[in-house]
Ligand binder design. Structure first.
Ligand code: F6R
Length: 608
């Protein structure tokens, strides 16, 4: 979603602001803008589309100035055009915003009645008008900021500058993340530490209800009533993760191929490879004593949680309630403090997941966070952090974060099984050995299936609709396969539990809708093959993703059969994720879509 940067600097800032925006591109956006103050005058450049368009404008008409703010906008209120792009200017006030001002409509009516003229369709512009109004009424900038903050409601990270006070920048957070970067004689603001990493690694994260006042040398933090608050700065690891595509065409491709190495690293955090055991869980959550587990997340992270549910229930006999966070937060699910709650999030900033976390916290549950960004809000509000250690995921479509989430959940479920006495030491040992072998098998699969999948993707790119089927832990994979294909290739795709085929989707089967069946040779194999028979009998084309045993056992004609190595059930979801990711990736490449930044999508969804 929107990305924010601000610099109170000693050197020209426009170029640095655009560089920082580039590091926020992965969040998703459809227009961008920069504003600076130079010799007492504020000016801006804004452009629809990618940063490249903004840079062209800056080349033609450079923006001097040592103080400035910048923004990548992911449209919510108003189409992505130049007029709606941030920064918004009103009478010497400049504002950039991430989030949604929920009461903007009534505020806009009121401001218009008082004579304000709006230049955009955005909710953000009311913030600039309110600030200008309070300043005209004689309030100083800090007082105007507090007055404005007490009028608006919703979710926001805001950065504001005033033309007549260039040495000061104001910021506020209520929802979406915002971080202060401490430099030498320069201060910075950014949506995340990655944006600020070339400038500084000393970061202070604002929390909800914080207002910050930055000058060249200092940051003062107050609450919305003006009372001082103390926040500790920390040294961020983001710079260590500075990323490029290497020799890959897209970040997504790079992230797919990184998985064996990254998973091996992640597993070493949870597994004692010498003893073949899961390392003791010495966190705030004692799985042995739990009566149940609630899991919530969004999108791909939710689907990894769905696989986790199968594992926790089967191996640890621990009942799991799971729901997408946008439903979970409003379901008024009865919870008891004897349960724990697990929130899964790559970014650690997803608004619905965070709201669900707070609901569980209010109900007295211990909170665990399975997150990639250990400095994120979800991590900071949790009792126990289970890092997935995937490194920054830049491609909007999640790949390595998904398999790392699975690996961590597998280790947690095995550990929980041992703690609850439902898994014997020998079972644990056998499963851990399989996990230890997994990175090697992943490398092999990535190398072996790539040419076949690339060729198949060319065929798949001709279709308009695709159905994915799976049973057991392959059911969430079917959902993930469909999600991945639709989000980056824009081909309509649905995932179904194979057993549900007869209850509706079978009506769609014909030669125009390929059916991708995910079926390792496990205890559900025969049943899934029966579903394949039903598809074949109706002229459906089957893409069969199975293992060597499964390929040998099924005699059905297919459009393609992808035969992976035979692997144990505990690692099958991670191994079978690979062809699913590659299929979506290559199909999108054939379709010529923007693979890393698909249309309309944001990497970090910080509003409802
Ligand atoms: C899909 C995808 C999204 C995210 C979802 C949750 O490829 O990446 O569905 O999984 O937006 O995001 P996080 O994990 O950051 O909470």
């Amino acid at each position: 979603m929107c990305g924010i940067v601000g610099i109170v600097g000693k050197q020209p800032v426009a170029g640095r602001l655009v560089d920082a925006l580039r590091r926020l591109e992965y969040r998703g956006y459809d227009s961008a803008g920069v504003a600076t103050i130079h010799e007492g005058r504020m000016d801006r450049r804004r452009a629809e589309g990618k940063l490249f368009n903004l840079e062209k404008k800056l080349d033609a008409e450079p923006l001097p100035g040592n103080v400035g703010i910048a923004h990548t906008r992911w449209a919510t209120h108003g189409i992505p055009n130049e007029a709606n792009a941030h920064p918004h200017f009103v009478d010497g006030v400049a504002v950039v915003h991430n989030g949604i001002i929920e009461n903007f409509s009534e505020l806009k009516d009121e401001l218009q009645r008082e004579g304000a003229e709006f230049q955009s369709q955005t909710d953000t512009e009311v913030v600039a008008h309110l600030l200008a109004q309070y300043t005209r009424q004689g309030l100083d900038h800090r007082a105007a900021m507090l007055a404005m903050l007490n009028r608006i409601s919703g979710a926001y990270a805001l950065v504001v500058m005033f033309e007549d006070e260039p040495g000061t920048m104001l910021a506020a957070r209520s929802g979406p993340p915002l971080a202060i970067g401490h430099g030498r004689g320069e201060m910075f603001l950014g949506s995340d530490a990655i944006a600020l990493s070339p400038f500084t690694n000393e970061i202070t994260y604002l929390v909800d209800g914080d207002c910050a006042i930055l000058t060249h040398d200092a940051a003062e933090i107050i609450d919305f009533d003006g009372k001082p608050v103390k926040r500790r700065s920390q040294i961020s690891q983001a710079a260590a993760f500075m990323v490029d595509k290497g020799n890959h065409r897209h970040f997504m491709e790079k992230e797919i191929y990184e998985q064996p190495e990254i998973i091996s690293h992640a597993l070493s955090h949870y597994i004692d490879f010498a003893a073949h055991t899961v390392k003791a869980n010495d966190t705030a959550i004692d799985f042995a004593k739990l009566s149940g587990l609630a899991i919530s997340a969004c999108g791909t992270a939710y689907l990894s949680g769905l696989v986790g549910k199968y594992w926790f229930e089967r191996y640890a006999r621990l009942p799991v309630e799971i729901d997408v966070a946008s439903e979970f937060r409003y379901r008024e699910l009865p919870l008891s403090p004897s349960q724990a709650a697990l929130f899964i999030s790559q970014s650690g900033e997803t608004a619905d997941t965070l709201a669900s976390l707070r609901y569980c916290k209010d109900n007295g549950l211990k909170i665990g966070a399975v997150v990639n960004v250990s400095e994120s809000t979800i991590a900071r509000e949790s009792d126990a952090i289970f890092p997935i250690l995937a490194g920054p995921e830049i491609g909007v479509a999640s790949t390595k974060a998904f398999t790392c989430q699975l690996a961590v959940l597998a280790a947690l479920a095995i550990g929980a099984g041992r703690a609850r006495g439902t898994l014997m030491a020998d079972d644990e040992k056998a499963m851990v050995k399989h996990l230890a072998e997994m990175p090697r098998i992943m490398s092999r699969v990535l190398n072996e299936v790539q040419p076949q999948i690339e060729a198949l993707s060319r065929e798949l790119s001709r279709f308009k609709d695709v159905l994915y089927l799976g049973r057991g832990t392959s059911y969430p994979l079917a959902l993930e396969g469909a999600l991945k294909l639709k989000e980056i290739s824009y081909i309509h795709a649905e995932g179904y539990a194979a057993g549900e085929l007869k209850h509706g989707p079978i009506a769609l089967i014909d030669e125009n809708m390929p059916v991708i069946v995910i079926a390792p040779h496990d205890r559900f194999f025969e049943k899934t093959v029966s579903n394949m028979q039903e598809v074949a009998a109706r002229g459906g084309r089957i893409i069969f993703i199975t293992d060597e045993k499964g390929a040998a056992a099924s005699k059905l004609p297919t459009m393609a059969t992808i035969a992976l190595p035979n692997v144990d059930e505990i690692i099958a979801p991670m191994i079978f994720s690979l062809p699913i990711q590659l299929l979506a990736y290559h199909t999108a490449v054939f379709m010529g879509t923007d693979v890393d930044q698909p249309r309309n999508l944001a990497k970090s969804v910080t509003v409802e």
